[in-house]
Design a protein around this ligand. Structure first.
Ligand SMILES: Nc1nc2c(c(=O)[nH]1)N[C@H]1C(S)=C(S)[C@@H](COP(=O)(O)O)O[C@H]1N2
Ligand SMILES: [Mo]
Length: 150
């Protein structure tokens, strides 16, 4: 999995590398439009912790800069979902999104990590075999024209 974009430290990470971060666990149920309700137990680091290690190109003290940061997660098959930094930031949505290294009793080393969003009702964002995470600081439509403070 490659981690690129508006970050100071691009990273290439295997599933084994992801186990270097503190791992969290989640029991997740989600509904799939085609196969119904699924239940899985996932384990893996927080997406937030892994992205912070790549040093996103914003001033961490600036809430305004964090609000424009986007995270595009892609699977090997091209399945893609966009998340915002604010969704996983403890100051905002604080969603405990994981990069799973294991689903139920199966380690994901041979497949690639899986995105896990315990808060989602649908399964569609639980992207498996993640190949890339690309980040962008959205430039806005009227750069420099924002009045006000932090
Ligand atoms: N890479 C990839 N991940 C994917 C999908 C996909 O098409 N490609 N489908 C999603 C959808 S629609 C659902 S419901 C869940 C299905 O998870 P399951 O196969 O474990 O039931 O995976 C998600 N992750
Ligand atoms: Mo689905």
């Amino acid at each position: 999995m490659e981690l690129t974009g508006d970050i100071a430290r691009p990273l290439r990470l295997t599933v084994a590398d992801l186990r270097d971060w503190p791992e969290h666990e989640a029991d997740v149920s989600f509904d799939c439009a085609s196969s119904g309700i699924q239940h899985h137990h996932f384990r893996g680091p927080l997406l937030y912790d892994v992205l912070r290690a790549a040093r996103p190109a914003f001033d961490p003290a600036s809430r305004r800069e964090r609000l424009r940061f986007l995270i595009a997660v892609t699977g090997l098959d091209g399945h893609l979902a966009l998340l915002s930094w604010a969704e996983i930031d403890p100051d905002f949505g604080r969603a405990p999104v994981l990069l799973a290294t294991r689903i139920d009793t199966t380690p994901l080393d041979a497949y690639g990590p899986q995105l896990v969003l315990p808060q989602d009702r649908c399964g569609a964002r639980h992207i498996s075999a993640i190949s890339a995470i690309r980040t962008t600081s959205h430039p806005g439509w009227h750069p420099g024209s924002h009045p006000g403070g932090k």
